[in-house]
Unconditional design. Structure first.
Length: 304
């Protein structure tokens, strides 16, 4: 288990050790969250690296990563706990067969931790030999407001209340990362319990650094042209602009095709790696791709 960073610069170095290229404002929020023991709420477009932060912190700090992937209809039994009903029924039948009549004792036995099935939130509150885990509550905006309200106790006091057992509280609070793609607004009550940061698209310089860290096989010229092209089409009228994840996927695909530079043909053939909606792909086909590519190459030549 690695020690927590003692400064913002240490936090930048820590994230960099996990191949995460962060700006100083993000490193500041991560540093404060680690020092203050507060959850972080990260909002931003899909694919900008919100989830990756939790994975990197788990890796560089040597902590267990516990992930709760949110979805519509997520409830307590899937996120927190449920009872092993089959085991409980078996215990009741065995007790009845043996002639046990102490119902109060039987109830205490079947509603003990032995029959408790721990889901991600409860797992994150349990002691861990590797130290407090990293709890990733991913895409919270996919759930409903009722589940969001249930999280308030977890995020404020790092505890959950189980009616049959009482309050279960973490001895040492986990490192909590909550992400949202902002398909709906997160309630103010939850935001107040977290430190907040908006993760936007990186500028060209930082995206090139990310590409060098995550896709080192890509030739330097190709990397510069990929970043220039992606930065350019993010300003276009698209249904969904490509995130950093798509940039990395596209770079990997072009490397597999032995590309050393971009040309209109290879861009058109591989747009499905970069863009995920047919309307966006059609909008970018043909002369539009060539025009953007010409601007990218002209800009690269001028800088050289």
């Amino acid at each position: 288990m690695a020690p927590l960073p003692t400064s913002i610069d240490d936090t930048l170095k820590l994230l960099s050790a996990g191949s995460y290229v962060a700006d100083r404002s993000l490193a500041t929020v991560v540093f404060l969250a680690l020092r203050m023991g507060r959850p972080i709420l990260l909002e931003g477009e899909a694919g900008v690296g919100k989830t990756e932060i939790a994975k990197v912190l788990s890796k560089v700090l040597g902590r267990t990563l516990i992930r709760l992937q949110c979805y519509e209809g997520l409830d307590v039994s899937s996120a927190v706990y449920e009872w092993n009903y089959a085991g409980q029924m078996m215990a009741i039948r065995l007790a009845e067969a043996e002639g046990a009549v102490d119902r109060a004792r039987l109830e205490d036995d079947v509603f003990s931790e032995h029959y408790l099935v721990k889901r991600p939130l409860l797992q994150a509150l349990a002691p861990d030999v590797a130290g407090p885990p990293v709890l990733l509550i991913d895409e919270l905006d996919r759930t409903d407001e009722a589940f969001e309200a249930f999280l308030l106790e977890v995020l404020s006091d790092f505890q959950v209340t189980i009616p049959e057992l009482g309050v279960i509280k973490a001895e040492h609070p986990p490192i909590v990362i909550v992400t949202s793609n902002r398909t709906r607004e997160i309630h103010d009550a939850l935001k107040r319990r977290c430190l907040y940061h908006w993760v936007g698209y990186p500028n060209a310089e930082r995206e090139l650094q990310i590409l060098k860290a995550k896709a080192p096989r890509a030739p330097a010229r190709l990397s510069r042209e990929i970043v220039g092209f992606v930065q350019a089409i993010r300003s276009q009228d698209l249904f969904k602009a490509p995130g950093v994840a798509e940039t990395l996927d596209w770079a990997s695909a072009l490397v597999e095709l032995d590309a050393v530079a971009l040309d209109p043909a290879i861009v058109s053939d591989t747009l499905g790696v970069l863009l995920k909606y047919q309307d966006d792909i059609q909008r970018m086909q043909g002369s539009r791709v060539k025009a953007i590519l010409d601007e990218v190459k002209a800009g690269a030549t001028a800088k050289a």
